[in-house]
Design a protein around this ligand. Structure first.
Ligand code: PXP
Length: 238
């Protein structure tokens, strides 16, 4: 299967905002990533807009229709912006104020399920595809399909942080079983979080995953290798 690559450009915006400058511009980065083989551009609009801003999202969606995969929480703030700028697809993630990065899949409490169900309904009316970021757990996959998700993104954090080959192997097995189940349930399967040039192959080998969403490893490599090479190298691995 031809695995697709979504490049998360949040950290281009992190660098720009560190200096409160106009550059490096995530919009320029998106153009370079797409020209270098990325299939999608991933950006996480957080409530505090600490990296990607509403203005970035407006420009990205205008310039790259069908290419923007927006990560956001199931909140009124995010829903309003998504419905306004209409990215190609959205991944609903849990968001904890102050966290360094997303730490795991959604926790499907009844209140969370209710909020996500209503958000998916509204996004579908605007023809926006919806993915849910989930841990590789069968019950969560069944919940995702029941809520109307088109896709799930399997969280690879535990895999990427495994301390031993045995632990990593166990995580790969869980991810493989989850990918299979998600497909059987009729959803597309993405994977992401903590993937890099060394650990991505075991996940790429799992059948049924259609897209990998990778940020930190690519953007940090680009500081030394250049963004086109960093993207091309990852794409070639897939
Ligand atoms: N997928 C999701 C849902 C994420 O929240 C993140 C981090 O923003 C990623 C993928 C990319 O993770 P990383 O930057 O570790 O590659």
């Amino acid at each position: 299967m031809n695995l697709k690559l979504g490049v998360n450009i949040d950290h281009i915006a992190t660098l720009r905002n560190a200096r409160k400058a106009a550059y490096p511009d995530p919009v320029d980065a998106a153009a370079v990533c797409l020209a270098s083989g990325a299939n999608f551009i991933v950006a996480h609009l957080r409530k505090d807009e600490r990296h990607i801003t509403q203005k970035d999202i407006a420009q990205l969606c205008k310039l790259f229709p069908k290419k923007i995969h927006l990560e956001c929480a199931a909140t009124d703030f995010a829903e309003k912006i998504v419905l306004k700028y209409k990215p190609y697809s959205v991944c609903i993630v849990p968001e904890v104020p102050g966290e360094v990065t997303t730490t795991g899949g959604l926790k499907f409490t009844p209140a969370v399920q209710k909020r996500i169900f209503s958000m998916i309904e509204k996004l579908h009316k605007k023809h926006i595809l919806v993915s849910l970021f989930v841990d590789p757990v069968a019950a969560d996959l069944r919940t995702a399909v029941r809520l109307g998700a088109d896709m799930v993104e399997l969280c690879t954090r535990q895999y990427s942080e495994a301390k031993t080959p045995k632990q990593a192997q166990k995580c790969v097995q869980e991810l493989a079983l989850s990918a299979l189940l998600a497909q059987e349930l009729g959803m597309q399967v993405h994977a992401g979080h903590g993937l890099d040039y060394h650990n991505v192959l075991a996940i790429a080998d799992i059948g049924g995953i259609s897209c990998m969403n990778i940020g930190f490893a690519i953007i940090t490599r680009s500081l030394f290798a250049g963004l086109p090479s960093a993207v091309e190298e990852m794409k070639n691995l897939l």
